[in-house]
Design a protein around this ligand. Structure first.
Ligand SMILES: *Cc1c(COP(=O)(O)O)cnc(C)c1O
Length: 390
């Protein structure tokens, strides 16, 4: 099935890698030169080209996005006893990165316009703490989910006013930008002190596994470069000046990254075409809400996700998902908000039921770069014909 072998039983998978450029050539080069591990020219080349693409002074490559986030917490000095504000409605790695440093995530509800962190909840809580002289969070981790930028400006402003660090989890949103206002032309991940990205297999571009930290801060960038290599002091002896990590990306992974980054504009164009076709086919369908599309944002359309209103659509998200599965089409629920899951239930939570409701109704549809127009039509037909339960 068009090079999609190994992606399970689905004829139309949710989101699979697309290796259509120089991947093979660059991997050959790694093998020929014997630079396969974390020394080699592709790692620095990938960092430089990535930094140029997102408009950052520095980029540091890591083994995966979770490692990039964890390193981000270390770089910002997050420690036990500190709090970090983070969206509850995210892939769980955003929250785990905080817990790895034994700090306390304060889980925050989403807003209904883009499904991202609700800036009003963040601003209100920080201003309340300021008025009462209470301890502020060490950092705010702003996640941009599903390829759509969040409403970050009020959060960036309140953080700046109170000296709170801002880190962006842009793992799902490479290629997304702001198009109006003071951030016009700015890529996600470029507003906070640090922006973290992922190149996992299902993300916009992939290195098999990989991540990146982007920043303009030279001191943080060089500290990151030090920590990913076990904090080893240069020289022949094994001298380490702090507790580091083995988080460096390999040359093999970076070779894939360079090849994938070359194709990113084409990938984004394909995703925009896929989203536009779904938009047209699904416009005006009762009980079905199309994905967020704010006028101030240029989303990457990473995953095309809809909300299904059981009463008016006639069946719920799970019934639709099962019907699609029976037709060989992979659709996936969004994430269970962290505050509703066992390991995170005890953590502080701010907000109401927006994230829970979005979880209950949300379903991501196949959005691979390689999705053919005819496959998109099959998805729409199966979605609309899915029978009512019972
Ligand atoms: C994928 C993802 C991560 C983790 O990235 P990995 O490369 O899989 O470790 C972190 N945050 C979000 C929001 C993600 O979607």
């Amino acid at each position: 099935m068009k090079g999609r072998a190994g992606h399970g039983s689905f004829e139309i998978p949710l989101s699979v890698p697309h290796m259509a450029g120089n991947e093979r050539r660059y991997l050959e080069e790694c093998l020929t030169t014997n630079y396969v591990s974390s020394v080699g020219p592709f790692v620095e080349r990938f960092e430089a080209e990535f930094a140029a693409y997102v408009g950052a002074r520095f980029a540091v490559a890591c083994v995966n996005g979770t490692a990039a986030l964890h390193l981000g917490m270390r770089l910002l000095g997050v420690e036990p006893g500190d709090e970090v504000f983070v969206a509850s409605f995210t892939f769980v790695a955003s929250v785990n990165a905080i817990l790895y440093e034994r700090a306390t995530p304060v889980l925050i509800d989403s807003e209904p316009h883009t499904w991202n962190l609700d800036p009003i909840l963040v601003v209100t809580e920080i201003e309340r703490r300021a008025r009462l002289g209470l301890k502020q969070p060490k950092a705010v981790e702003f996640v941009h989910i599903l390829g759509h930028p969040g409403e970050i400006q009020p959060v960036a402003e309140v953080c700046a006013r109170h000296g709170i660090a801002l880190l962006e989890d842009a793992a799902e949103a490479l290629g997304s930008r702001y198009v109006t206002g003071s951030y016009a032309g700015t890529h996600v991940g470029r507003i906070g002190r640090l922006g973290c990205f992922s190149f996992n297999g299902n993300k916009v571009i992939t290195t098999g596994g990989g991540g990146m930290i982007a920043t303009d801060d030279e001191r943080l960038a060089s500290r990151a470069r030090h920590l990913v290599r076990q904090a080893r002091v240069p020289g022949p002896e094994y001298i380490h000046d702090e507790v580091g990590y083995n988080y460096r990306m390999t040359n093999l992974a970076a070779a894939l990254g360079v090849a994938q980054l070359e194709q990113l504009p084409a990938f984004l164009a394909a995703k925009a075409r896929i989203a536009a076709a779904y938009d047209t086919a699904l416009s005006g369908v009762r009980g079905l809400t199309r994905p967020p599309r704010a006028s101030w944002a240029a989303p990457s359309h990473w995953l095309y996700s809809v909300l299904i209103e059981p009463a008016s659509f006639g069946r719920d998200r799970e019934a639709v998902r099962r019907h699609l599965q029976a037709k060989g089409i992979e659709a996936r629920p969004l994430w269970c908000p962290a505050h509703l899951m066992e390991p995170y239930r005890h953590l502080p939570y701010l907000g109401g039921g927006v994230s829970q409701e979005t979880f209950a109704k949300g379903l991501s549809l196949p959005s691979s770069v390689s999705l053919a127009a005819s496959e998109g039509e099959r998805v729409v037909a199966a979605l609309l014909e899915s029978p009512a339960e019972g």
